[in-house]
Design a protein. Structure first.
Length: 363
């Protein structure tokens, strides 16, 4: 029995946007057109940063996909596996997360069309597809990635707190040092204000982050330059949390506050150093320059976060508590990605850092 065509009113009733997609059902829908329509719909419901990530993934891999010019009604699991295999030969075996992003840009447009009853979109076995694609396996427990070396941490702490090695970025340098005792995501760190610290409860309130995105027109095209903005829209509900203030955090907090008062800064952000805004990329540049000035091997801001988690793990803090402090939705994320190997005896790291900072307190 031939399927009845849906009326324009029926399409609009289920949320179909008449300005984006032709409302008349048709049999042949090319995959790249399905992707374009799905992408236009998606921009209404997700953050700009996530939208940019989808676009980057599509632009990188779509040219290697034979299904791009194929009708979605003719696409099979074998076609998708062949395309993914081609991508692996060209770019190497992806991580599980990267594979998930690649599959998203293939699966979502097809599923979108299927939900709308358009183009004869097939019902595919996506688990079968994933089983046939190799990914980089991450072993549980201790990662092969190394944490920041204790001597490098002590070197940076000494040069920043005691010698003020990078005076024009004093606040940002102190904030980066503080993160060795908080383990925040870089966006969360950049958006920290003085009011986020509650010394009566002895906690730091984490509920916002710096987000970057492009404004887009109705067709999904980027408009203007990238926008940076502090938003109270964190990664997951688990990201909204309160973490305990360690004594070292309070000490560095007072250092930052005193620097702001001395410079007469009128900004609530801890990392403010006289520029118009606090940007994640500014903190990243500061960290890179700081590593150069202290003559230590460069490590990115996320390595500080992982080093903090590893410090807690090696001090026998329960993994569930570490996961809560890190703002993870799953304990497995903490275990598999945030507990690092350490070149030295890591069990002594916290004591050494604590002793080093106490030495500076007594100066």
């Amino acid at each position: 029995m031939e399927k009845e065509k849906m009326t324009k009113a029926e399409w609009l009733e289920i949320g179909y946007d008449k300005n984006i997609i032709d409302l008349e059902p048709f049999e042949k829908v090319i995959f790249k057109d399905a992707y374009a329509e799905w992408f236009c719909m998606k921009q209404k419901y997700i953050k700009g940063q996530s939208l940019d990530r989808i676009e980057v993934t599509y632009n990188r891999y779509s040219s290697d996909m034979a299904i791009l010019e194929k009708c979605i009604s003719e696409i099979t699991e074998t076609d998708i596996i062949k395309d993914l295999t081609t991508i692996i030969y060209k770019y190497g075996v992806p991580t599980y997360k990267e594979l998930a992003r690649i599959i998203q840009i293939v699966r979502s447009p097809i599923t979108f069309m299927r939900d709308l009853g358009r183009g004869g979109a097939p019902l595919l076995d996506w688990e079968k597809i994933k089983r046939n694609i190799p990914t980089k396996q991450l072993t549980s427990g201790i990662s092969r990635e190394f944490a920041v070396k204790i001597e490098d941490v002590e070197n940076i702490m000494d040069n920043v707190i005691r010698w003020n090695i990078y005076p024009e970025k004093r606040s940002a340098c102190l904030l980066l040092c503080m993160n060795f005792y908080m383990g925040l995501r870089i966006g969360e760190l950049a958006s920290l204000t003085f009011n986020d610290f509650d010394f009566e409860k002895n906690v730091v309130k984490i509920y916002k982050t710096e987000s970057k995105f492009y404004n887009r027109d109705i067709n999904g095209e980027k408009v203007g330059t990238m926008v940076y903005r502090v938003v109270d829209d964190l990664k997951t509900v688990y990201s909204v949390r309160e973490i305990p203030i360690m004594p070292e955090c309070k000490y560095i907090y007072e250092k930052i506050k005193a620097h702001h008062e001395q410079c007469k800064y009128d900004s609530p952000y801890l990392g403010y150093d006289g520029s118009d805004t606090i940007l994640v990329r500014s903190l990243d540049r500061t960290l890179r320059r700081l590593c150069q000035l202290c003559d230590v091997e460069y490590f990115n801001s996320h390595k500080i976060r992982k080093t903090f988690a590893t410090m807690l793990h090696n001090r026998n803090v329960p993994i569930r508590m570490i996961s809560d402090i890190m703002g993870h939705s799953e304990i497995g994320t903490t275990e598999n990605h945030y507990i690092l190997s350490y070149r030295n005896n890591y069990n002594d790291m916290y004591r050494n850092m604590h002793d080093a900072l106490n030495y500076k307190l007594s100066m």
